[in-house]
Design a protein around this ligand. Structure first.
Ligand code: SDX
Length: 427
């Protein structure tokens, strides 16, 4: 245990306990700061703030390390499956063969959506962004699955967790089908979790659909890479919504809304649009110059990270997967070469070196998803599909924490001091 942290505020000396985790930075427990000093801490982007204890995911941004329940992301991406990683995040240990089989079967039994929700889709315009549909439909689940919204009941929490993980592929696939005017495809539980999603997305009733094992494996790996990532913006949104006692479906809808932002999960769509706009490697210097220009709001999408000040380990796996998928499918999209060249030029530029800006998980993911056949508007919906596992695991961890209380930050007030109302005739 480290020594207490000593602080002097307004002439008053106070001490706060310092707590150590298993690995990673210690924390200064300042929960009594306001009571003892009348002052708040100030950390708008939470750059130096730990919001909770968690045993799910560990990130070392300087070393580019990402562990899920202690297992390195590179090993999980190579050796595991998305269903197995989901079990690991939810339960804390890798499952036995029998445990994994039972879990996968349980999830498969929740893949269908209440038939009336198909009508809900028909209220959207056909050109609605899939993330707009995901926000709406996931939030609406609490109206159809009211029997698993009592968060004080562990059984209902488990059922709601399984329903969310199982139904996200169905919801995402239906959003895609609706956007292209094709009929919704029902789940096929004889397929894997990811194979079922591919068939619901790209299968049509007019002919049989064969899951391509290379695509299935690549997409399952992409889901693993997106499963969880510590207390990122959307996960923190889910936790904050959950801290008020909101039902799990409403919490996940809040997470989807937050993930949609281009600074977060929306970056995969923005990164591919940027790469396509750049077009050829010859135009890369122009965009790097824009990214460095303080007066230009343009940023290299898929680059930089709040935590990683080294290469995002997920981007390493993603780039390797692009090569495998392209070789296997005989794809030759020049956008990959543009991405590789952009990475090379940016990582040799002092601006990116000094600011420690590296490719993140979103830089290459769009290249693969596009090669598989997804439109760019579906990229963030796929991110949400995979991150639902992390959101659900983090939500369960929070709800079952006996110290859990509603999240309610304070502020530094900069508005007018008290003043008296002036009737309109005297203004
Ligand atoms: C995800 O948190 C997570 O874990 C998220 C995530 C997950 O799995 O949940 O990993 C998923 O959201 C990945 C990030 C996807 N977003 C993008 O790729 C969008 C582009 N990147 C940036 O907007 C930015 O890097 C952030 C939002 C990711 C991080 O922003 P920070 O931590 O607030 O850092 P910052 O904006 O303060 O940037 C530090 C400096 C700034 O320059 P100065 O003001 O100090 O001079 O670096 C510059 C920024 O202008 N900078 C960039 C840049 N990213 C940061 N300059 C050019 N291009 C970029 N991409």
């Amino acid at each position: 245990m480290a020594d207490n942290a000593k602080l002097q505020v307004a002439g008053k000396d106070v001490e706060f306990p310092v707590r150590s985790g298993t690995i990673g930075p210690d924390v200064v427990d300042i929960r009594k700061l306001y009571a003892q000093t009348g002052a708040f801490t100030y950390d708008p982007g939470f750059t130096s703030t730990a919001s909770c204890d968690s045993a799910l995911t560990y990130i070392d941004g300087d070393e580019g390390v990402l562990l899920h329940r202690g297992y390195p992301i590179g090993q999980l991406a190579e050796e595991s499956s998305f269903m197995e990683v989901a079990y690991l995040l939810l339960n804390g240990e890798l499952p036995s063969g029998e445990e994994l089989g039972n879990f996968t079967t349980t999830i498969s039994r929740h893949t269908m959506l209440h038939e009336q929700l198909a009508t809900f889709y028909r209220g959207f315009r056909r050109d609605a962004h899939p993330m707009a549909i995901m926000c709406g439909v996931v939030g609406a689940l609490s109206a159809f699955y009211h029997d698993s919204t009592d968060i004080t009941d562990p059984t209902q929490r488990t059922i709601a967790s399984h329903r969310l993980i199982a139904k996200m592929p169905t919801i995402a696939a239906m959003a895609y089908k609706y956007s292209v005017g094709q009929p919704f495809q029902y789940p096929d539980n004889s397929l894997s979790y990811t194979g079922n999603f591919l068939k619901m997305t790209f299968g049509v009733p007019a002919e049989p659909y064969e899951v391509n094992p290379v695509v299935e494996k690549a997409l399952d790996r992409i889901f693993i890479l997106h499963a969880d990532h510590e207390q990122n913006a959307s996960t923190s949104t889910v936790r904050l919504a959950g801290s008020s006692g909101a039902n799990p479906f409403a919490c996940m809808a809040a997470g989807i809304a937050c993930l949609w932002g281009p600074a977060h999960g929306g970056a995969n769509e923005a990164a591919l649009n940027m790469l396509r706009e750049i077009g050829t490697p010859e135009r890369i210097p122009e965009y790097i110059a824009r990214a460095k220009n303080k007066d230009d709001p343009f940023r290299l999408m898929g680059f930089g990270h709040r935590v990683y000040k080294n290469y995002d380990p997920r981007a390493t796996v993603m780039q390797k997967t692009v090569r495998e998928v392209f070789e296997s499918l005989g794809v030759n999209d020049p956008v990959f070469e543009t991405a590789l060249r952009l990475e090379e030029l940016a990582l040799s530029d002092d601006y990116f070196i000094e600011k420690k800006l590296f490719p993140n998980v979103d830089f290459y993911s769009g290249v693969i998803l596009s090669a598989i056949g997804f439109p760019t508007t579906m990229f963030t919906a796929l991110f949400a599909l995979a991150r639902t596992v992390g959101w659900v695991a983090q939500w369960n961890e929070m709800i079952s924490d006996p110290e859990q209380k509603i999240g309610r930050p304070r502020q530094l007030y900069t508005g007018p001091a008290q003043r008296d109302y002036v009737p309109v005739g005297q203004r």
